[in-house]
Design a protein around this ligand. Sequence first.
Ligand code: GL4
Length: 818
Amino acid sequence: MSTDVMHIGPGNSVAELKESILGHFCFDVGKSPEYATLHDWYMAVAYSVRERMMEHWVSSLERIRDKHQKIVGYLSAEFLMGPHLGNAIINLGIEQQIKEAAEQLNINLDEILQQEEEPGLGNGGLGRLAACYLDSLTTLKVPAIGYGIRYEFGIFDQMIRDGWQVEITDKWLRNGNPWEIVKPELNYGVKLGGKTQGYTDEKGGYRVKWIPEYEIRGVAYDTPVPGYKNETINLLRLWKSEATESFDFQAFDKGDYYGAVHEKVFSETISKVLYPNDVSEAGKKLRLSQQYFFVSCSLQDALRILELRGLSLDDLPDAVTFQLNDTHPSIAIAELMRLLVDEYMVDWDKAWECTRKTFAYTNHTLLPEALEKWSLPLFAHILPRHLEIIYEINSRFLSDIRNKYPGDDDRIRRMSIIDEQGSKYVRMAHLATIGSHAVNGVSALHTELLKQDVLHDFYELQPDAFFNVTNGVTPRRWIKLYNPRLASLISDRIGERWITHLETDLINLQSFADDLSFQQAWRDVKKQNKTDLAHLLKQRFGMNINPDSLFDIQVKRIHEYKRQHLNALHIIHLYNRIKQKRTDGITPRTFIFGGKAAPAYYLAKLIIKLINAIGETIDNDPEVNQFIRVVFFPDFNVKNGAHVYKAADLSEQISTAGKEASGTGNMKFSMNGALTIGTYDGANIEIMECVGEDNFFLFGLDAAEVKAIKQNGYHPYDVYNNNNDLKEVIDLIQSGAFSKGDTNIFKPLINSLLGDDPYLVLQDYQAYVDCQQRVSAAYNNEQAWTKMSILNVARMGKFSSDRSIRDYCENIWHVTPG
Ligand code: GL4
C-alpha cells in the first residue's frame, strides 16, 4: 500500500512543476490564465507545492506506525507560522525549479510570495517559538502534532494614524487558505457548563458524571509541516468550533428562528478570535472556554490515535508525550484525569500516574500579570467537573506536603493550586507543575529565577523535575529563506551543512573573520539588505532613510518591560545634543521600531505615539535629520520581519533584567550579523557568552541588582533630579517639543517614569547612553565592526531550534530523533 502511494508522487522537474501549476490553475482556480490575478497564480503555485508535501505526509504516517514511534503532542494556544509558501519551497528543496517554472510561465515568484496572507495565530515570541519548534521537530524526524486553535481572526493588523496605533481585524481567511485540509470526520464533542452528579456504578463504586449545559464540536483542520529536505511531514492540527447541530429544530418548529440559530452562533464564537495580549492575562470566560475546547479535542484525538495503533490506555505515556506551551493548555491535566477516571473508569492513582508521565510544562514568563489564574465562580461555571477534579488533585498533593513538612502551614498556602486569599482563584501554573513530570524554563537565567522564586517550593520538593531548555529559532526560515544573500555567502565558504547542523558547522566561519575580501563581501550583503529595506519603507510608507547610516532596530511587542521608551530617551538625548550643536561623536543612525501594543494597554500605545512624534519632529528638522531619523514600521509580523532582521546593524535587547524570559528576536538579529546592545537578561546572557563579551554591548543592572534596588526603595525622581542630561531629555518631552506644544499628551508616561518607574528606565538611562556612545565609536571602525559581525554569526550555532528540540528529546520527552 505504502509503495503504491509513493508511486503517484508528483515529480519536481521544471516541466512537471509547470504542468502542475497550470493544472491547478485550470482545475482549482478555475479561470483562464488571461484573466488571472496574482492571487490566482499564488493559489495555483501553493496547491502545486502542497501536493508535493502530501506524498511525504502519508509515508511519514506509515513510518510512525511501523516503527511504533512516540508522538510529541505540542499543545499551544498560539502558532505564529508565518507564510507557508516560501518555507515549503526551500524545505522541499525546489527553489531553483520553481523559480524557473515561474519564469517560463511569465510570473514573478517574489510577487507571488507577497500574495500570501500570513496566518497570524499568535501574539509574539511564544507563538513563533511553537512554529520554529514544529520546523525543527520535522527536520529532526521526530513525529509530532502541533495542536491548537484555528482562530478565524488572528492577531489584529496594525495601522498607524496620526502616530497612534489603530487595530484592524485580521481577515486572513478571506481569500481562502490553500494550506489546510479540513477533516470533517475528525470531530469531537466538547461539553461546557452545567453540573455534576454522583452515582453508583455496577460494582458499587461511587462515580461522578458531568451533565453539561451545552456541547459544541471541534473539527480538525490540518496543515502539513515539511522538514528540511528529508521527505518528512508533521501536522499542525487546529480545531475550529462548530455547533453540534446547526439548527435547533425544536426551536425552529415553534417559529423561533433566531433561537434556533443562536446556538450555532455561540458555538462558533469559541474559535472566532485570538486574544491579543502578550504576557498578560485578562481572566475572561471565553478565553478559558477556548483553552478547554482545544485541549479536550486534542486529548480525545490522541486517545483515538492510541486506539488506532492497537494500544491500551496503559501505553499512553509511551505512545504520546504532551508538551504544555505555557499554562494556556494546562487544563489538559484535569481533562485527561476526567477522561480516564469518569469515562474510561480507570482508578484515580493509576490515572494520575499516567497523567504525570504524559505531561511536561514549559514556563515562558515570570511576570505576575501573566501567571494565569481563574476565579473560582468563573471556573465552576464553565468546568464544574474539572474544578472537583482539581480539588481532589490538590487535596492529595497537599496531604503529601503536610506529611513532608509537618506544621508548615505557610508552605501549604503557598503551594496550593487554590489561591485562598481574597476572592479565590485556581492557579494554573501550580496545576501544570504538579501534573507534569518535567518543568522547564526557556533560558538559563529564567530557569534559575523560576527555581529561586516563582516555583521555589516546587523545586525544593522535586529538584530533578526542573530543566532548562534555552529557546532557539530555525535557521531555515530565519537565515536561508529570509537572508538568501548571507546564506549563499556562508555556503560558499563552509558548505551547506550549516542549515541543519548549525551548532557544529557555523563556527567554521570564524576562520574568515579577518579575511579582508570576505569582510568586504559581508559588508556588501548587509548594505544590499539595508538598501532593500530602505526601498520598501519608501515605497510603502514614503519614509526616507539612508542605507549608509547605522540601522539601530528594536522590533518586538510594545511593553514597558521591554523598554522601547528607554530607546526613545536615548534618541531624544541625541536630538538635544544636535540642537545644542554638540555633534561630535554622533554617528548617523536610523532608529527603526516595530511592534504591536495590546489594544487595552494604554501606556504601550502612548509609547508608540511618542516614537512617532519624535520621528515626525525630526523629519521636519533638517538640522537634526542629517544625523538621525526615526521610523516606526507599522504592522510588525513574520512577513515584515523578513525584511528587518537581515538589515540590522544593531539589535536592541534592553529589557529590565529578570523580566524577559528568553527573547528570540535577539537570536534572529545576531544570526543575521547584527551586534547586540543588551541587558543581562534572558537569552542575551547566553548569546553574550557564545559570541564573546568583546562582541556584545552590555549595559545596566543585572537581575540581582534590580531586585536589590527595589527592595531598598527606588526613587526615580531623585535619579531624574541628579542627572542633568536625563532631566533635559524628560523636560523636552514635557515641554511639548515633540507634540506641537501639547504638554499633556505624554504626561501619563512621564508620571509613570518619575512616579514609580516599575521597569527602572531612569535607573539604567546613563549606562545605556554611555553604551550607545561605545556603539557609535565601534561602528566607525568598519573592519573591526565587520569582524565582530562575522564572529556573532559564527558563534550563534547554539541558538538553532534544532538544538532546543534535541534538548527536549533527550531530557524531557525521552524520544530519539530520526
Ligand atoms: C514569552 C517571553 O516573553 C519571551 O521572552 C520568550 O522568548 C517567549 C518564548 O519562550 O515567551 N512568554 C510569553 S507569555 N510571551 C513570550 O513571547
